[in-house]
Design a protein around this ligand. Sequence first.
Ligand code: FAD
Length: 349
Amino acid sequence: MSPEPVIIGGGGLSGLAAALTLAHAGREVVVYERGVACGSQRHGDAEGLETWIFAQRPMAYLQAHNLPTSFDSRPVATFQYIDEVGQVHSTTAQQPFFHLVRRGAESGCIDREFQVAAEAVGVTFRFQTVRRPHQVHIFAGGPRRACAYVQGMTFRTSAPDGVTLLLGRSYAPQGYAYCITWNGRGTVAAAYTKQPSGTDRVFLRAVDHFRDVLGFHMEDTVSFGFFGAYAPVPTLTDSGALLVGEAAGFQDALFGFGMNFALRSGVLAARAIIDGKDYRRLCRAQLMGPLASCWVNRRLFENLREPVRSRLAARIVGQGRAWEVLHRVSQPTVSKRLMAWWSGRRRTK
Ligand SMILES: Cc1cc2nc3c(=O)[nH]c(=O)nc-3n(C[C@H](O)[C@H](O)[C@H](O)COP(=O)(O)OP(=O)(O)OC[C@H]3O[C@@H](n4cnc5c(N)ncnc54)[C@H](O)[C@@H]3O)c2cc1C
């Protein structure tokens, strides 16, 4: 008798990576997704698959795990940093900092292309249907608590392609703002760890600062707002379901990079089911160290005062070693793991 179908709640990247891995192993899979399609809650905004946290680069990881690479993407090895007084610092690395992708249900977006690939290998989708952890084998429903807030807008523009970062109390208190222009479309967003009072005013100030310094126009703007979840130690199960992606708290706490964690945790949950392995042990070996590092880096970032934080960023960018610094500080160490474990214990008390 063939095993029962694997039920997944949530068709984001973590759920889709799990679904594809299970289907490739010959398992029957049903994905329940709250939206009308995978990625339907996103707006075609650009996000980056970072390259510095994990040893295996994202595109190589996707290929090695038989996951799609057919989505629109662009490697970015140069980015700019604007300090609070409007001075622009540029840096170029030997390898891409990230691969830009688009999030959404349109053709070419990563979510859409993953859905199409999953349908092609027989995954069944039930859209506009919600499932709770006790009803599924894998729960991939995204953030369950708000640790960070993102406010942004997408727009059309004739600006050249580029990625620009903005730090500073006036524009993104305890966070950062970014502007990505790519193929005539743009995304400006700001991430905050606490929703500051007057968020709209702060965000619009960041948008104006980007426009003043970079000098671009915006048409057909669409606003969006989301929240994200990260944790020093992930919560890996709930009511018998394996939790993956942000539902488990898998996200880079420092800058909010969560796609690589989502893909990897989805694949590990699928492997745990296929091979009868312990999901916790797989996560401990591959994901918990980097997660702990990101958590400790966020604590350090928050404890740096402005303008020290901005000066430090300008110096690292100015010296042309931003990728190396990001890579080095993301590597797990025993002390970072212990600090994250301690924070996790305190949070659950
Ligand atoms: C504005 C913004 C910018 C970002 N930029 C970057 C970036 O540049 N790089 C990066 O790596 N990361 C970035 N992130 C984070 C990254 O997008 C997420 O970490 C990642 O997509 C999480 O994937 P997930 O599958 O865990 O959850 P999600 O992508 O949130 O997917 C969850 C899915 O489950 C569905 N769902 C929810 N509850 C249920 C339920 N009960 N039943 C059924 N379906 C349900 C939702 O509709 C959704 O489709 C960004 C996030 C935001 C919001």
